[in-house]
Design a protein around this ligand. Structure first.
Ligand code: 5GP
Ligand code: MN
Length: 351
């Protein structure tokens, strides 16, 4: 016997503020008949990119569509448990002409967890040129104007949160099963830093409660993502902390600079550097943390900040990147490659 009526967590299909009614009706109708659907997400997908994609994949398949998830590049092993992982097409590793044909014949292309076509590398050109209806679902700043339907909110902690709300708004709560719930939960869990970042809103907790109602095994998801280290990875983290972490005292900045050789020494695989930047941010008093990884052609940079420091502005202005206020990233070409553009100034300067 309950003393009180148990709380009904499942949210009724009310249209969230970030969806315009006009868009939504047309979008809903579009999904009423079977379509060829492609879902693409960003380069080096994280748990939100892949979780929102595979959550949506599971849902759309149940709705009777033909659905393919395409990622520009591979992603960490610790995401391979998600249902549908075996069917993901990795552009870099596949026959590109076959994937380009799939894109050309798609009726709808969902673009998840990114706002600018350059985030999907070469795929961006094909997606941009395709005649398919494009649907953007994302929570990053300044979306590029390429989509027919834009389901976009920077208030959302994760794209998975938006996918959940879309499915609920479409009145399809009963289609959310354990696999879909776990993929979406993974996205929310990681994009909120395990419910620690300031984006962990009431809505986040309501939605995750609801995902648990739908069968998500939160312990399994957390274990799969966080407790699946290889010894190499742990040794790499230890090495980076002791040998590669630098604190710029007086500036409240901490940074890691990781070389190609460092990566090779620990047999580094995709995902092994994920989360490393957070150790730099965890130092008392640090406002900005950076992780620079030399991949040869490019140096990939991750930024994390606390409070008002806009990491995304820094990434956008100087590193051809972007992101959120407190978590951003970008890239830089090698210093040596930049030098020719300064050649005249360098050679004409008197010593
Ligand atoms: P991470 O440091 O985990 O790679 O990325 C953190 C966040 O920064 C991502 O969620 C994404 O929003 C943004 N980000 C990372 N790399 C890039 C980039 O090259 N371009 C843009 N526009 N955003 C990036
Ligand atoms: Mn995200």
């Amino acid at each position: 016997m309950y003393l009180f009526t148990p709380l009904q967590i499942t949210i009724q299909p009310i249209l969230p503020a970030w969806v315009s009614m006009q868009d939504f009706q047309a979008f809903k109708e579009l999904l009423n008949t079977p379509k060829n659907i492609i879902i693409v997400t960003h380069h080096k997908p994280d748990a939100d990119a892949l979780g929102s994609s595979l959550g949506l994949w599971g849902y759309l398949k149940k709705k009777g569509h033909r659905v393919t998830v395409i990622t520009p590049s591979d992603y960490p092993d610790f995401l391979h448990w998600m249902k549908g992982n075996d069917e993901v097409l990795i552009y870099e590793k596949s026959k590109k002409t076959a994937i380009n044909q799939l894109i050309d014949s798609a009726d709808i292309i969902f673009c998840l967890d990114f706002s600018n076509l350059h985030r999907i590398n070469e795929l961006g050109e094909h997606v941009g040129q395709s005649d398919a209806v494009k649907v953007l679902v994302d929570h990053h700043l300044d979306p590029e104007d390429f989509a027919t339907y834009k389901f976009w909110s920077i208030e959302a902690a994760a794209t998975a949160e938006l996918i959940y709300e879309l499915i609920m708004s479409l009145g399809d709560a009963e289609l959310i099963d354990q696999d879909i719930a776990e993929a979406l939960y993974a996205g929310i869990m990681t994009d909120t830093g395990s419910f620690q970042h300031s984006n962990t809103t009431q809505n986040v907790h309501r939605i995750t409660a609801s995902l648990i109602e739908f069968g998500a095994d939160t312990h399994k998801v957390a274990r799969s993502i966080y407790n699946s280290n290889t010894l190499d990875r742990l040794r790499f983290i230890g090495f980076s902390l002791s040998q590669r972490l630098e604190v710029l005292a007086g500036l409240n900045v901490a940074l890691f600079a990781i070389s190609k050789q460092d990566l090779a020494m620990f047999n580094s695989k995709t995902g092994d550097t994920e989360g490393l930047v957070n150790y730099a941010l965890s130092i008392r008093g640090i406002v900005l943390a950076a992780l620079m990884i030399d991949h040869g052609e490019l140096i990939k940079i991750s930024f994390r900040s606390v409070g008002d420091f806009p990491a995304n502005e820094l990434a956008q202005k100087y590193f051809n990147g972007g992101g959120h206020k407190n978590a951003a990233g970008g890239r830089s070409t090698k210093f040596k490659k930049l030098l020719p553009s300064f050649k005249s100034k360098l050679t004409s300067s008197s010593k």
